[in-house]
Design a protein around this ligand. Structure first.
Ligand code: GAL
Length: 445
């Protein structure tokens, strides 16, 4: 099979988007089973209060956790300084690793009702292009990219998965890496272990911790999403990056034996998870590791943002087992829905999202690296610098759970199939559910 390189990754993004656009001109379905929306975090008060009756800028996101709040407020602060007359309405709805499921459900209702917010958090790639753009809900941002010269400062990899038909539809604020392992240094040292490089090494470590009655793998599966994220990082080493990418372009079948093998790794690993994982949410799982109740979290690099905000420093990081040299990526962005109430404020928000000041205010607290290539490195720490170096040299693969690989309906099916697997542990039934989801999404016949 032809080896895919970084550039092919882009083509794949366009393919996914294009295929989805052809397949569907109807609005994306709302994610399954939205839980009750939690109240939004209030935006920090502006220094100079906008006058009564000021233009409102309503921003949807699912950033309500440590690291996320500081990062979002960083962007808001830059906006408030530049546009003091506009009132920001922070309409964040908690959603963590369900990849914003609750927010997306509310957003869908608002969009369908012709009442969109001025802008909303959306992942570049399939989620943006295959869902909101395919449904005709977004304005194209070609004019803004030209005015701001963004083609020159955003990597081509990102512009391509922000675009369809040669036009960009969203403004990336960052690049996250999802296939990472964050571990409690004391717990690993307690059994004399190094961070495991393969799943075999991982199980050897997990046995040592189990002998001390300590779970190794943090899982927060009170809703769908977290386990699916962990599972993606198991698929990558079994399939290899090229076959993994082929799952979304039709060149790899979801019937491949590798999918079943990866499910069996997950089945075994769940025996080493915090036993109450079906009742634990993402908000609490980080505390388990901070408090030495579980050895590690396999999650994206928003995790250091959460840990820093808890003033917890005693953690190390490494790529998830078998993932060295592979950068599973996703990018958070903001776009311009059609028919917003305050279009000028929305466009100015996007200018801030794409600006150097905005990105350097947002990313140091978030854990992600800036989308722009001209960041002020003095503002970033050790983790960010290692991620920036890896981004340049690693092979790129897109995240499923975080919207880069596929449209929303597939993401939801994928997360739900793995959520069921977490309780039933039925490999054959789960692979069959994934094959069906892939067929529904048009990835295979
Ligand atoms: C991702 C999102 C990240 C991060 C994470 C946890 O989907 O892209 O920015 O916030 O969810 O909420």
């Amino acid at each position: 099979m032809k080896q895919l390189n970084r550039r092919d990754f882009l083509k794949m993004g366009a393919l996914v988007a294009g295929g989805a656009a052809l397949a569907s001109c109807t609005p994306a379905p709302a994610p399954a089973a939205p839980a009750a929306a939690k109240p939004a975090e209030p935006a920090k008060p502006a220094e100079a209060k906008p006058a009564a009756g000021a233009q409102k800028l309503e921003i949807f996101s699912w950033w309500t956790s440590g690291g996320e709040i500081e990062a979002l407020n960083g962007l808001y602060d830059v906006f408030k300084k530049k546009y003091p007359g506009v009132e920001i309405v922070n309409a964040a709805i908690a959603g963590g690793t369900s990849s914003g499921g609750d927010m997306k459900a509310v957003l869908q209702t608002r969009m369908m009702g012709g009442d969109p917010p001025e802008s909303f958090q959306v992942h570049l790639g399939g989620e943006l292009l295959g869902s909101y753009v395919a449904a005709g809900q977004m304005e194209d941002l070609d004019f803004l990219y030209k005015e701001e010269g963004w083609d020159k400062v955003f990597p081509k990899e990102l512009v391509d998965i922000a675009s369809t038909g040669g036009k960009p539809y969203s403004v990336p604020v960052n690049i996250h890496r999802s296939n990472m392992m964050w571990y409690n240094k004391k717990m690993l040292e307690g059994v004399g272990a190094q961070p495991p490089k393969t799943w075999d090494e991982w199980f050897a470590l997990a046995d040592k911790l189990k002998a001390k009655n300590q779970p190794t793998l943090a899982i927060a599966e009170s809703g769908a999403g977290f386990t699916a994220h962990v599972f993606e990082t198991m698929m990558i080493p079994v399939l290899g990056p090229d076959k993994f990418k082929g799952l979304f372009s039709g060149s790899t079948s979801w019937e491949d034996k590798g999918i079943g093998d990866a499910l069996n790794i997950l089945k075994k690993a769940l025996d080493y998870a915090n036993p109450d994982f079906l009742n634990v949410g993402w908000g609490d799982v980080n505390d388990l590791m901070v408090n030495g109740k579980v050895g590690m979290i396999i999650q994206g690099d928003w995790t250091p943002g959460v840990l820093w905000s808890k003033k917890f420093q005693d953690f190390g990081w490494a790529p998830a087992p078998g993932n060295t040299g592979i950068y599973q990526m996703l990018s958070d962005s903001f776009g311009l829905p059609k028919k917003v109430k305050n279009r000028t404020a929305a466009i100015n928000w996007l200018r801030v999202c794409g600006s150097k000041d905005g990105q350097d205010a947002f990313n140091p607290a978030k854990g992600s690296i800036p989308a722009r290539t001209d960041a002020d490195l003095a503002k970033y720490g050790e983790y960010h610098k290692s991620a920036m170096a890896d981004w340049k040299k690693d092979k790129l693969v897109p995240s499923i759970v975080h919207g880069a690989a596929a449209k929303l309906s597939f993401m939801t099916d994928f997360m739900n199939a793995i959520n069921v697997f977490a309780t039933k542990k039925d490999t054959a039934a789960t692979q069959a559910a994934l094959v069906k989801a892939a067929k529904d999404a048009g990835f295979q016949k």
